[in-house]
Design a protein around this ligand. Structure first.
Ligand code: PRP
Length: 215
């Protein structure tokens, strides 16, 4: 039987994904070793996992290099690839928000020519142009996006908030919520047809496990 190849966003999401897989009997000890290897096979040899940068997961899945991917809804929405979104895995929960200094709320609501710093320019532009009908200048940063609003590079930021600690520690507040985020399992559109039985079997087992945990 063919392998199912899975692309996982390396870091905490991959660890939580493997914990979920272990709970349904799919184990991969090799992945727990501290080696620099990037690709691993499960013990029963039915699944192959590889670890990639989160934003590359949708690319691997769209082109079929991976049958399945696990990434945050933030990454999937930002990359906007043609994928079959099969399952909300229920972890990695946080929110995509607009945040800034408390005094920037008025500026945000007043109108145009707002400067926005973000790691998510596509999400930010859809939110401002389509939902709020505002003309904004979006400046892409690659991390510590909060700094943008603190040092005056931007009026507001669009970023993820989990505990809220980073905003609080820097005197920033949530000005508007854009959407809820969690880890999602996505499937390549061709694999969904060509490996239907294997893909559906995995999705069903995961779904049962997630449902069991939530009741
Ligand atoms: C994320 C996010 C916020 C922070 C939110 O950054 O971009 O900065 O976590 O978490 P909190 O609400 O629990 O404080 P990350 O740690 O991934 O680092 P980065 O800013 O360098 O991207």
């Amino acid at each position: 039987m063919n392998h199912l190849t899975l692309a996982l966003a390396k870091g905490r999401l991959a660890i939580q994904t493997m914990e979920l897989f272990e709970s349904i009997g799919i184990t991969c000890q090799e992945m727990k070793s501290k080696s620099r290897k990037l690709i691993f096979e499960s013990e029963e040899r039915k699944y192959r996992f590889f670890l990639s940068k989160a934003s590359d997961v949708p690319t691997y899945v769209e082109y079929g290099a991976a049958d399945i991917g696990v990434a945050g809804a933030d990454t999937l929405s930002e990359e906007n690839r043609s994928l079959y979104e099969a399952l909300d895995l229920g972890f990695g929960k946080c929110k995509m928000v607009v945040a800034g200094l408390p005094t920037s709320l008025e500026r945000l609501n007043r109108g145009n020519d707002i400067r926005v710093t973000t790691k998510y320019p596509n999400i930010a532009s859809r939110y401002f142009y389509q939902k709020r009908r505002q003309t904004v200048e979006i400046i892409k940063l690659n991390g510590s996006v909060e700094l943008g609003a603190i040092v005056g590079l931007s009026d507001v930021i669009v970023d993820l908030v989990e505990t809220g600690d980073t905003l609080k520690a820097n005197g920033l507040v949530v000005l508007d919520e854009i959407c809820d985020i969690s880890a999602r399992l996505v499937v390549n559109r061709v694999s969904m047809k060509m490996k239907y039985e294997q893909v559906i079997d995995l999705i069903k087992r995961l779904e049962e496990r997630i449902y069991d945990k939530s009741i």
